[in-house]
Design a protein around this ligand. Structure first.
Ligand code: NDP
Length: 446
């Protein structure tokens, strides 16, 4: 088996040189899915995983724009249309200087499995740019978004490819992108998700990823006769996912120890309660400030420059910032300090070595493609509401989100239960694979 897997990985690697993040994501899936393929005749000999690892289409384009000093700036835009076997391409846009083909292909690959797990009809895609929104004025952001959409619009559409937000793309950017698409096409359609509620957005979409992570974490805990109540939680990041994960943890009676940003982490030994979280939301979303400013208001807390929060003892860790932010030594410290559960809010935040530590020690570990699927699930619900030209209430959307997260948990159990232990990584990879592979087999070699 090892030989079949390593042969497959060499073949994919030969075609995708210098793409470490993409290869990391493919390797993890291959290790779980290839043994399953070998045991199941309908998939064996169909080169099905090789086909899934090859994007259906990759678009790369120039984004030229003029900054506030009237200087001409040039960035690179991308859209990876990974897989449309079960629905139109669906996945976010990331604006961050670290964006490159490898990062976006890993995200699009993961997205294909994640979208399959949601049970909704969505294929996988991802896009973005190496543009850095940090420190840019509102008008610079608008000009960039307009230029970006002036090329992207010809590749997307409500039945073709429906982008959403990701790192660096929040409600402000979605607004500017949507405005330009509407102007170019002269059509008001559900081409993007994460829209404002007054112009086609869904209630609960901003909260969905963070809430979903906590709903999934709660399901894992309940399955082990545990609960969120009074558990100490370390969260990394302080963006969209981290903020709403923290909000839901508080609602379920947990205590928040930490939040972070790319400059370091904040630890509040008294717990970050809902009033303090409100301050953080304002600081990050409106003032666009840094998390270190918190200590000026709450002097009992401390800021740890250039460090990640895993060294603080906790019961539950929710990495909600970025890929590969939690390594082997972080995993070992978490375990040593008694952590019983890790729920990934970000995409691929734990390195393969860290995941090995969690699985070997049999703690509860949820991979992002299962635990952070709530965001895209509610994006799917936004698409449904746009097609119906109707809006569901907050309670209705939240109920649907909760039942989707429970269903994803069940799917992970179906394919990942190993005696008393549940290997959620294996469960999510195989469950996500089966639906996409079945659709691809039915549709022939295309
Ligand atoms: P935001 O841009 O709202 O927030 C990102 C947060 O992560 C910020 O606090 C940011 O700090 C921090 N961060 C970014 N890069 C790094 C880095 N290299 N090192 C340390 N911290 C970093 O993004 P989201 O909250 O939307 O996304 C966070 C993660 O969740 C990503 O992995 C994304 O792919 C994933 N995700 C998001 C979904 C969504 O619906 N938004 C859906 C599913 C997954 P700073 O402000 O300093 O940059």
């Amino acid at each position: 088996m090892k030989e079949i897997i390593s042969q497959f990985i060499s073949e994919v690697n030969a075609r995708n040189q210098n793409e470490p993040e993409f290869m990391q994501a493919v390797t993890e899936v291959a290790e779980n899915v290839i043994p399953y393929i070998v045991k199941n005749d309908i998939y064996y000999g169909q080169n099905i995983l090789l086909r899934i690892a090859e994007p259906e289409r990759v678009v790369s384009f120039r984004v030229a724009w003029i900054d506030d000093n009237e200087e001409i700036q040039v960035n690179r835009g991308y859209r990876i249309e990974m897989n449309s076997a079960i629905g139109p391409y669906k996945g976010g846009l990331r604006f961050h200087p670290s964006v490159n083909l490898s990062v976006l292909k890993f995200l699009a690959f993961e997205q294909t499995f994640k979208n399959s797990l949601t049970t909704l009809p969505m294929g996988g895609g991802k896009g973005g740019s190496d543009f850095n929104p940090k420190g840019k004025s509102d008008t610079e952001i608008m000009r960039f978004c307009q230029s970006f959409m002036t090329e992207l619009f010809r590749h997307i559409g409500p039945n073709r490819d429906i982008p959403a937000g990701d790192i660096g793309v929040g409600s402000r950017e979605i607004g500017y992108l949507f405005g330009q698409y509407k102007r170019l096409k002269n059509e008001f359609t559900g081409v993007l998700t994460g829209k404002g509620v007054s112009w086609g957005g869904s209630l609960i979409r901003p909260e969905a990823t963070g809430y979903g992570v906590v709903y999934f974490t709660q399901e894992m805990l309940l399955h082990s006769n545990e609960s969120m109540e009074n558990k100490k939680v370390n969260i990394s990041g302080s963006g969209n996912v981290a903020q709403y994960a923290a909000e839901k943890c508080l609602q379920l009676g947990a205590i928040i120890n930490t939040l972070s940003d790319s400059s370091g982490f904040l630890y509040d030994p008294d717990g970050i309660d809902s009033e303090k979280l409100k301050y953080i939301m304002e600081l990050k979303n409106i003032k666009r400030g840094r998390i270190s400013e918190y200590v000026n208001i709450y002097p009992n807390s401390s800021f740890h420059k250039d460090k990640s929060p895993w060294e603080i003892p906790c019961d539950i860790a929710l990495p909600c910032a970025t890929q590969n932010e939690l390594g082997k030594s972080d995993a070992e410290i978490l375990l040593k300090n008694g952590c019983i559960c890790v729920g990934e809010g970000a995409n691929m935040p734990s390195t393969p070595e860290a995941i090995e530590v969690f699985i070997k020690n049999k703690i509860l570990f949820a991979p992002g493609k299962a635990s952070n699927a709530g965001g895209v699930a509610v994006s799917g619900l936004e698409m449904a509401q746009n097609s119906l030209r109707y809006s569901w209430t907050r309670e209705e959307v939240d109920q649907r989100l909760q039942s989707i997260m429970k269903d994803i948990h069940k799917s992970c159990l179906s394919y990942g239960a190993e005696n008393e232990f549940v290997n959620y990584v294996k469960g999510a990879n195989i469950a996500g694979f089966v639906k996409v592979a079945d659709a691809m087999l039915a549709q022939g070699v295309v």
